[in-house]
Design a binder for this molecule. Structure first.
Ligand code: S3P
Length: 426
């Protein structure tokens, strides 16, 4: 597809619901008693995969556009699916649902698309097996398809080698079905939506430092959840606002949970002019509107405990770095290799196509900004975040660009192109 260019942006955009929170609202609603009403639910393909998996396990879910009603059946109310559960492209669905499936009294199989069939599941198979779960990787490669057999789970204290909210959430969900308490300690804190939301549903969660614990067999009660806008989706508009000349845009309804707001910290460190307005709390999560103005960015260093707070925003930060003055170093981010694409490679290749000076490293990349950059043919590699990042780059390149497989934005942001191009000042 052809990508548009812009001399100036103006106006405002409302950010669709948070992907992580939308997934969790459906899952936790399904294993709670009574109804859970979810507003501003993200209608992206990944979250729809979560809905269909729970429907296959006998949960009635009414999806009326941005209002979704889940008729929960309690912790032990799921029923055996008659065919494999298909998570599509969604790593979050695959890893979180595995914690729930491990605790069920029926056999189930989990599968997904070609990309998900290559993503690492050993990171959850190992701790779940320590808890006593009976899981087989059907191809023997520690990836999906996975088969779950009924077993008795016991609580564990798990020291996770990776800072991953998907791993942490998977173990905590299995912990709901265990005979004793379970805890997870991470090298650095990952996003905490599971802890916040499970607690609101009635689970006993104990958090301190980098450790989170859960007590088994809680009485979970359905609730109303208003999903805040996804800061990972807002990130493309933050970058577009900063990079496009003569621009001032308002990005409305952005979740700014401190375990997710690394993009703002990095953008400030690069000299970005971003004002937080109307800071409020929505369903236990901090939310605000962001006023973003064109800014001359400069290089920065991104690493350490900041990484999990901006892991999905590294592709767009790399684009910002290419337009910035000076050098940006991104390190401690080897997790990028196991996302929807190997994002060290797919970012570096696309940056090189537009003429940027980038060196891929083992755990990130080094970008020397300020090189002359030009329009080009980008490839999304079927990764939604790569497509959106380089669509933003294309806005401000001097010649037209195109994107191969740009429609994959559908995974997390179906209206992305309309929303972005709706800001172009005509
Ligand atoms: C997510 C956690 C992150 C993130 C993913 C969503 C979640 O993955 O990259 O897009 O909802 O828990 P990891 O936990 O594997 O880092």
């Amino acid at each position: 597809m052809e990508l548009k260019r812009a001399k100036k942006l103006n106006g405002s955009v409302s950010i669709p619901g948070d992907k992580s929170i939308s997934h969790r609202a459906i899952m936790f609603g399904a294993i709670s008693q009574g109804t859970t009403e979810v507003t501003n639910f993200l209608q992206g393909a990944d979250c729809l995969s979560t809905i269909s998996c729970f429907q296959k396990m006998g949960i009635e879910i009414e999806n009326n556009s941005d209002r979704v009603i889940v008729h929960g059946k309690g912790l032990r109310g799921l029923s055996q699916p008659s065919s494999p559960l298909d998570v599509g492209n969604s790593g979050t669905t695959a890893r979180l649902i595995s914690g729930i499936l491990s605790g069920q009294s029926f056999v189930s199989t989990l599968d997904g698309d070609a990309s998900i069939r290559q993503r690492p599941m050993k990171r959850i198979i190992t701790p779940l097996s320590m808890m006593g779960a009976d899981i087989t990787s059907k191809k023997g490669n520690n990836c999906v398809p996975l088969e779950f057999h009924p077993s008795t789970l016991k609580g564990i204290r798990y020291n996770s080698p990776v800072a991953s909210a998907q791993v942490k959430s998977c173990i905590l969900l299995a912990g709901l079905y265990a005979e004793s308490g379970t805890s997870v300690t991470e090298p650095v804190c990952s996003r905490n939506h599971t802890e916040l939301m499970l607690k609101a549903f009635g689970a006993k969660i104990i958090s301190g430092g980098t450790t989170t614990g859960v007590l088994p067999s809680p009485k979970l009660q359905g609730m109303e959840i208003q999903v805040p806008g996804d800061i990972s989706s807002a990130a493309y508009f933050i970058a577009a606002g900063l990079l496009t000349p003569n621009t001032e845009i308002l990005i409305k309804n952005v979740g700014i949970n401190p375990t997710r707001d690394g993009i703002l910290k990095a953008a400030y460190a690069m000299g970005g002019d971003i004002e937080k307005e109307n800071v409020r709390t929505v369903s236990g999560e901090p939310v605000c509107d962001l006023l973003v103005r064109s800014s001359q960015l400069h290089g920065t260093e991104i690493g350490g405990s900041l990484i999990p707070t901006l892991i999905d925003e590294i592709p767009i930060l790399a684009v910002m770095a290419a337009f910035a003055k000076g050098t940006t170093i991104i390190k401690d981010a080897e997790e990028l290799k196991v996302k929807e694409s190997n994002r060290i490679d797919t970012v570096a290749i696309n940056l090189m196509r537009m003429g940027a000076d980038v060196t891929a490293t083992e755990d990130g990349m080094i970008i020397k900004g300020g090189k002359p950059l030009h329009g080009t043919g980008f490839d999304s590699y079927l990764d939604h975040r790569i497509a959106m990042s380089f669509a933003v780059a294309a806005l401000v390149l001097d010649t037209p660009s195109s994107m191969k497989n740009g429609e994959c934005v559908n995974i997390s942001y179906p209206t992305f192109y309309q929303d972005l191009y709706g800001l172009i000042d005509k």
